[in-house]
Design a protein around this ligand. Sequence first.
Ligand code: CMP
Length: 140
Amino acid sequence: MTTQRTLSIIKPDATRRNLTGAINQRFEEAGLRIVAQKRVNLSRTAAEGFYAEHAERPFFGELVDFMISEPVVLQVLEGENAVLKNREIMGETNPANAGEGTIRKDFALSIGENSVHGSDSEESAAREVSYFFAGTEIAG
Ligand code: CMP
């Protein structure tokens, strides 16, 4: 077991419905600590850069438009095996496939409006955390 950090985003469909606290309760109850957090309106440039690996996908434009449509909460979660644990708490990308008791099963509206993002590997986590946070903004 190793302590890891991972990037979590509470997406516009969830901030719009005032679900920030309900979602973060799931992370904290599972033992993850929120060691950095900021609520922002993403710029188009920031959203496009963050999702650059999806730039050729047919849903890219829709994804970027959605992510800049309302505020998001950017946060860093820390804990034992945080990358995998976060993904388990979130559930599958498509809420139709998400397991019982997961965030996406309980809150997501669709595969696009799926309430949360989480880094998919340790490598992605390192890149994504540093994309949005300076080291001095993380207080573990
Ligand atoms: P996320 O974990 O933020 O990573 C990429 C996002 O693209 C994903 O969650 C979904 O919200 C979104 N996405 C993936 N597939 C589709 C799709 N077929 N249509 C719309 N959005 C999608």
